[in-house]
Design a protein around this ligand. Structure first.
Ligand code: FUB
Length: 439
């Protein structure tokens, strides 16, 4: 993978396949909710939703599977594209699932007091079931406090949500999908009335409402329409990202958010090794607007290179905070202190963490690990073969969830640097890695 990706930051998650990104900014942190394509999937076989967070747009902390089909007693399968929003101290997460009663897709809503869960089913039944095209909800709260839920494929519908966010008022409205509002299809023009396919995302900028969506036919591209109000009338504007078949993904899915003075467009493709239509990966680009509010077209790139923050290496950093990793995976632990940790660490695997702010030179490196045999972590700066700061020797802790500290003295380093933890040892899973810090 290394020569292929170079200094790439895209896809932003390398430990699993992710899809259907839905960013949410809360306080200083950007939370990214995603779907999860199972390994070697040959359909949209999705059982849970994942959460990742960042404060700098380069390093992403894996917060685990924070919602799953199991949270909805009435769900059978298909944990597809959703969106989470904050209101009055709670996080409301709207998701589509296929009902176990055989009646098809419906929208549910999960609620939590924390962005990383635990989430519970707010209603114990669907919030919306209007047809088998009830997928891909997007939720938006306007400045006057009115919340809107849009969704659907092949239709686009919306309702006004009540302030409790778990009920709605008035009728379900079907948006007219015509040429003026949503363009004509590039392919299979006779099959649907417009280019709108699925994956709507409602966003507001300077009093203009934007509806981003996956447009078609298939393979999908990303396009958008704008309106003077959150309920239309919608006017087709342009393509945002043309068809990209990186790895053969034939869907795409937009999620647009403002964070620390910039706008970011999240989407998915099949760019990870083994990637494809059902093994997708989320990526992100900076989203720029012209003076008329038009979104400037973009193509998949190596991703964000300019940090929106720095990592303090003298504070505990979770090992699952990763700018780029190869070979490793993450797992949920059984103790609160090791809620998530890095696993599947084999000889030669590595984790890159970007933009560490060494305000002064550290003397030691400390790692919280669990192991049943000996291994080591080489700590290198700025490249996989960069200067060796130190080598942290790992000894057996008596079990792969028996957490203990390992440490080493380190060479002098000051200023902003990327760190590479390069794992060395024998064969098989070497150890588990929970967190680290410099002293
Ligand atoms: O991930 C399953 C489905 O594929 C989503 O609901 C659509 O938006 C498409 O990405």
């Amino acid at each position: 993978m290394a020569p292929l990706f170079g200094k790439s930051q895209n896809p932003i998650v390398q430990t699993i396949y992710t899809a259907d990104p839905a960013p949410l900014v809360h306080n200083d942190t950007l939370y990214l909710y995603t779907g999860h394509d199972e390994d070697k999937s040959t359909w949209f076989t999705m059982k849970d939703w994942r959460c990742f967070s960042t404060t700098d747009m380069l390093n992403w902390t894996d917060r685990g599977a924070v919602l799953s089909l199991k949270n909805f007693s009435w769900a059978g399968k298909d944990a597809w594209a959703g969106q989470c929003i904050f209101r009055n101290g709670k996080f409301y997460w709207y998701v589509p699932v296929n009902q176990s009663n055989g009646k098809g897709m419906a929208l549910g809503v999960a609620v939590s007091t924390s962005p990383t869960g635990p989430f519970t089913d707010a209603l114990g039944k669907p919030l919306i079931h209007s047809g088998n095209g009830d997928i891909d909800p997007t939720v938006f709260i306007d400045d006057d406090g009115q919340a809107y839920l849009y969704w659907g494929n092949p239709y686009l519908k919306y309702v006004k949500l009540n302030k409790d966010m778990i009920s709605y008022a008035g009728d379900i409205i079907t948006v007219p999908l015509n040429k003026e509002g949503f363009n004509v299809r590039f392919k299979d023009a006779d099959k649907r009335p417009s280019a709108y396919e699925e994956g709507p995302w409602l966003y507001k900028r300077k009093a203009l409402y934007y509806m981003l969506y996956a447009a078609g036919g298939v393979p999908e591209h990303l396009a958008y329409s704008t309106a003077p109000t959150p309920t239309g009338p919608w006017f087709y504007r342009d393509t945002i990202m043309s068809v990209i078949q990186k790895g053969g993904a034939f869907t795409n899915h937009p999620g647009l958010v403002d964070y620390k003075g910039k706008s970011y467009l999240f989407y998915h493709n099949g760019a990870l090794p083994g990637g494809g239509g059902f093994t997708r990966s989320v990526a992100v680009e900076e989203c720029l607007f012209d003076e008329n509010g038009a979104i400037i077209r973009m193509l998949p790139s190596e991703g964000i290179q300019k940090a929106a923050g720095r990592i303090d290496p003298f504070k505990r950093v979770e090992a699952e905070t990763i700018a780029w990793g190869e070979g490793v995976e993450t797992e949920k632990g059984i103790t609160a202190d090791a809620d998530m940790y890095v696993t599947s660490i084999n000889h030669g695997d590595y984790i890159k963490v970007r933009n560490l702010d060494f305000k002064k030179s550290p003397k030691e490196f400390h790692a919280n690990i669990a192991a049943v045999s000996a291994a080591r972590i080489e700590i290198r700066i700025d490249s996989l073969t960069g200067k060796l700061l130190g080598t942290c020797e790992i000894k057996s802790t008596g079990g792969m969830e028996n957490w203990s500290m390992a440490s080493t003295k380190v060479a002098k380093v000051e200023g902003l640097h990327d760190i590479y933890f390069v794992f060395k040892g024998g064969t098989g899973d070497l150890f588990h890695f929970n967190w680290w810090k410099f002293k």
